[in-house]
Design a protein around this ligand. Sequence first.
Ligand SMILES: NC(=O)c1ccc[n+]([C@@H]2O[C@H](COP(=O)([O-])OP(=O)(O)OC[C@H]3O[C@@H](n4cnc5c(N)ncnc54)[C@H](OP(=O)(O)O)[C@@H]3O)[C@@H](O)[C@H]2O)c1
Length: 245
Amino acid sequence: MNTLQDAVEKPGLSIVLGGTGGLGAALVQGLRERGETVLAIGRRTDPPLNFTQPASIAACAQRVADELSARGQRLQRLIVATGFLHGGTASGSRAEPERSWQHLDADALAHSFAVNAIGPALVMRHFLPLLPRQGPCLAAFFSARVGSIGDNALGGWYAYRASKAALNQLVRTASIELARRNRESLCVALHPGTVDTPLSQPFAKTGLTVRSPEVAAAELIAVMDGLTASQTGGFYDHQGQTVPW
Ligand SMILES: NC(=O)c1ccc[n+]([C@@H]2O[C@H](COP(=O)([O-])OP(=O)(O)OC[C@H]3O[C@@H](n4cnc5c(N)ncnc54)[C@H](OP(=O)(O)O)[C@@H]3O)[C@@H](O)[C@H]2O)c1
């Protein structure tokens, strides 16, 4: 069975959506350091990608498709490292993880779903068809262990948990469709562990193992390299262990 390691040794492009974020940028750097061609895309890159502007997703995929065809290159790896936990929403309010149902807010829920689930779903629509129909290829969507329903013993963080759980179901569903196009494809959800980035900084508690983005990226690259097509549709952590749904 071919692994992704075999695949990346052939010329192919890796794309990191959210490649300008804490973890995304470290992944881009880690992949480039071993000689891969990597395109980092964020809200302020050219082309830009903003999940609260769905038309930008289709436009970005079209630009990538044109570029691939002009270079005669194939898309080998699509990594979606976008995510939202706290901060400003598209309508200008601020969202924080909810400690109680009393804090549930329509705007914060809508924004979390827009960035964590609906955006990645539209990425599936527009980018997955760019993956090759033959040979190993990967689509990896960054999720979070707190999106696991089976693992939820603490409660709270309603919008983030629920939108990541929705993402997990989208990933599982897309993996089935992608496998029908290409039996060697992989479509997975990944939990990066706790990483020192703007997303986690306000919540990093003593006692929790917080790793640098560089360390987390190296671990995640090793996990992606080691996955084989039989593992498509799964939810894996930064050590390659299966996370319960
Ligand atoms: N850090 C952790 O401890 C941790 C733990 C579990 C899971 N995760 C997951 O890991 C992934 C990476 O997170 P991170 O820690 O690197 O967070 P981060 O540094 O805050 O990066 C978030 C990324 O999401 C992008 N983004 C936010 N809103 C967007 C929007 N409306 N449209 C398009 N992109 C948008 C940002 O784009 P710009 O660069 O353009 O701002 C940025 O690239 C996320 O899926 C997160 O849920 C992180």
